[in-house]
Design a protein around this ligand. Structure first.
Ligand code: AMP
Length: 361
């Protein structure tokens, strides 16, 4: 386990005049790097050869480090190089997709913006649910076993990337039938079925508000809002119902992009209170709570009830819709503020106020 003191010792040796923002070259890296550049910070990208074209076309990276795969981030020589470059890492979805929670907590000896202790609360669906419930949010019901299914449920695999392998079922019989089909198609494994998470399917529209929790200002800011473009589920409506039945489609939920959303204004107070409550509860569970970006994954029903089915305690790719600006960032900051830049701004202010050690772990 990397102790806070270990990271403090590393940061003590940093040259703050050459502070760099570093991250893996994927997910929301362009957002993060552009924001850092606009705040006058240096940028370091750990990148796979095949993705390097992004940083030739969009010149937002000062130092490009090519790796075979992202697990190289765990190697000591690369970590030493990052420390020499005075890098603060900004975690995003690819960190947890390619590295395990244990690896992130135990083997990453490079300062990271955020609160590593929260990773464990977020990694496990049960503890995540407990966190959100205790914060007073409305959650979909969950079912312990397929035998208990008494309404439409969504079956989720542990650690699924982009909703791959998820399926819907209306009864226990329907569950086993679908699971068998998914197994045969190679979309899930036997172990996936044993560890499946069964959640009430909430009929409504998805809204993903993104917040920034500022330790320096002791405030939670609502900065962006999006919804996802998911293949193949978003294409099903283009096929008439009769054909859908005939070809017996099993929809998947792989995210290919995001759309910006502006929410009906009467829903904003609740969305804001939810962000505050989640951060407040996080501070009780793992002090000092969420540091930096986080996102709630919600469904809003026709009676305007907001259900939260997941939290990401880091920047989500949906904030990319706000690169440049978004209505919510504009309302607070005026022109040209977005999640990547907000992160860099917090780092800069933390240095100015001699509080950098408070927002890294
Ligand atoms: P996730 O990977 O958990 O973000 O879920 C992928 C997609 O499944 C979401 O974007 C939603 O469209 C859908 N989804 C997940 N959970 C629920 C739920 N409880 N009710 C309705 N739709 C859901």
């Amino acid at each position: 386990m990397i102790e806070t003191q270990d990271i403090q010792k590393i940061i003590d040796k940093y040259d703050y005049t050459k502070l760099s923002v570093g991250t893996l070259g994927s997910h929301s890296s362009l957002n993060i790097f552009k924001g850092a550049k606009e705040e006058g910070l240096r940028t370091v990208c750990i990148c796979r050869e095949k993705d390097a074209i992004m940083y030739q076309k969009y010149p937002v990276v000062d130092e490009l480090i090519i790796v075979k795969d992202f697990t190289e981030l765990l190697s000591e020589p690369l970590q030493e190089r990052l420390r020499k470059l005075n890098v603060i890492l900004i975690p995003h979805g690819s960190f947890t997709a390619y590295l395990s929670t244990e690896q992130l907590i135990e083997s990453l000896k490079v300062p990271m913006m955020g609160n590593r202790k929260l990773l464990q609360w977020e990694a496990n669906r049960k503890s995540q649910e407990e966190w959100l419930r205790q914060a007073g949010l409305r959650l979909p019901a969950t079912f312990k076993s397929p035998e208990n299914i008494d309404r439409l449920v969504i079956a989720k695999m542990q650690g699924a990337k982009g909703g791959r392998g998820y399926f819907l079922a209306n009864s226990s019989k329907g569950f086993y039938k679908r699971a068998d089909e998914m197994l045969k198609r190679g979309l899930i494994t036997k172990q996936d079925i044993e560890t499946v998470h069964l959640q009430e399917y909430v009929l409504g529209v998805n809204v993903y508000p993104s917040y920034f929790s500022s330790l320096l200002n002791n405030d939670v800011e609502l900065l962006a809002m999006d919804r996802r473009y998911e293949t193949a589920v978003d294409s099903i409506g283009k096929i008439p119902a009769s054909e859908q039945l005939e070809i017996d489609i099993t929809p998947t939920y792989s995210v290919v992009g995001n759309f910006p959303i502006v929410l009906r204004e009467s829903l904003l107070p609740d969305i804001m209170r939810m962000g505050e409550a989640v951060h407040k509860k996080a501070a009780e569970l793992a002090y000092p709570g969420i540091i930096g970006p986080f996102c709630l994954e919600t469904v809003i029903t026709d009676d305007l009830k907001i259900y939260t089915f997941e939290i990401s305690a880091r920047i989500v790719a949906g904030t990319n819709v706000g690169i440049g600006t978004s209505p919510y960032a504009y309302l607070r900051y005026g022109e040209n503020m977005y999640m990547g830049r907000r992160i860099a701004l917090e780092l800069k202010n933390a240095v100015k106020q001699k509080q950098l050690q408070d927002i890294i772990a």
